[in-house]
Design a protein around this ligand. Structure first.
Ligand code: PHE
Length: 332
């Protein structure tokens, strides 16, 4: 009996040695483990036979069986350690970074120079206590012209004739209509700036483009004079440009301001560039929005953002802003 069992033990050992030698993955190892040590495994089967042996033979048979079981258990542990180490080495190899590879270059975008300049203008005036208001780019004839004291047959319309969407609707030619919208919705005192895009039927050249940007300013309360207007503009120009610039006021005409002025700026020695129209709000405009011109006075200006940027950065052609060439845009 013992001899018979010993022979079967040897058989299982031979088979184990052969099968364990072929194991090449942790999954296969687990299958092998179950085949030998599992509940219905080969070794478990032999332990069942052990119980049927005569007591005198059981000790020796038990020793032989335990020897084989330990061999199998050690073998499984060893294989598991080897396979896990190999898997880890493979993972590290796969995840390794080649630190000598050059990186992937991704261009980082930045704000358009006109946006940068607009934000800077807004910052300066907000620090002076103005808030920012906006209005629609598609505007009615009433807000763009009529309410600004420009009746249908007024010659000032020629200069501002624009892109009409239909009879009474056009792309606004300036940001001044936002003045009207603000005054109609607020009581004085009013202190706002209104940045935005404008459109004119202009032929493009170095200083004109049919699409451009303005910042409108409006200050209404009791007792404002031309001196306040001049001070605000001087202070703004000083903050925006710093030293090395000259400013020039001269008389102009706008139907919605009286008196009216235009302001030119130049870099010392450079050519003069008109940057804004300005003036004291015309009493007719106050009456139109329901303000009493005997009670309040005010002033306004409309500033060209492109021209501010051109003067600040020494850009000599307005068309560059709209060509979207990153070699140009990337410089600001
Ligand atoms: N709206 C005028 C223009 O576009 C500028 C302006 C604004 C003039 C406010 C006076 C007061 O030319």
């Amino acid at each position: 009996m013992l001899r018979e069992l010993a022979a079967r033990i040897d058989e299982v050992r031979t088979r184990w040695e052969e099968e364990s030698g072929r194991v090449s993955s942790l999954e296969e190892l687990e299958e092998v483990r179950i085949r030998y040590l599992g509940r219905k495994g080969l070794l478990t089967g032999l332990f069942a036979v052990l119980r049927e042996l005569p007591p005198a033979e059981r000790a020796e048979a038990g020793r032989l069986l335990n020897e084989l079981r330990e061999e199998v258990q050690r073998g499984i542990e060893r294989l598991r350690a080897e396979l896990e180490a190999a898997a880890e080495a493979e993972r590290l190899r796969r995840e390794a970074y080649d630190l000598t590879l050059p990186g992937i270059w991704r261009g980082v975008g930045k704000l358009h120079p006109l946006t940068q300049v607009r934000l800077e203008i807004e910052r300066i005036f907000m620090e002076m206590g103005f808030d920012v208001a906006t209005g629609p780019e598609v505007e009615t004839d009433y807000y763009n012209f009529e309410a600004l004291n420009i009746p249908p047959d007024h010659p000032a319309r020629d200069e501002w004739d624009s892109f009409y969407i239909d009879e009474g609707l056009l792309l606004r030619t300036h940001t001044s209509p936002v003045q009207i919208r603000v005054m109609k919705s607020r009581k004085p005192p009013v202190r706002v700036i209104c940045p935005g895009r404008c459109y004119r039927r202009d032929t493009p050249d170095a200083t004109h483009f049919p699409v451009f940007h303005q910042v409108e300013l409006l200050w209404v309360e009791r007792g404002l004079t031309m001196a306040h207007l001049k001070w605000i503009i001087e202070e703004f120009v000083r903050q925006f440009f710093g030293p090395g610039y000259e400013m020039r006021f001269s008389a102009d005409f706008f139907p919605f301001t009286e008196p009216s002025a235009q302001v030119h700026i130049r870099r010392e020695g450079g050519p003069w560039l008109e940057i804004m129209g300005a003036g004291m709000v015309d009493p007719a405009v106050f009456r139109e929005v329901g303000y009493d011109p005997e009670e309040v006075t005010g002033f306004a200006f409309g500033l060209g953002i492109e021209r501010m940027a051109m003067l600040k950065y020494g850009i000599d052609d307005i068309r560059l802003f709209f060509q979207n060439d990153v070699r140009f845009l990337g410089q600001f």
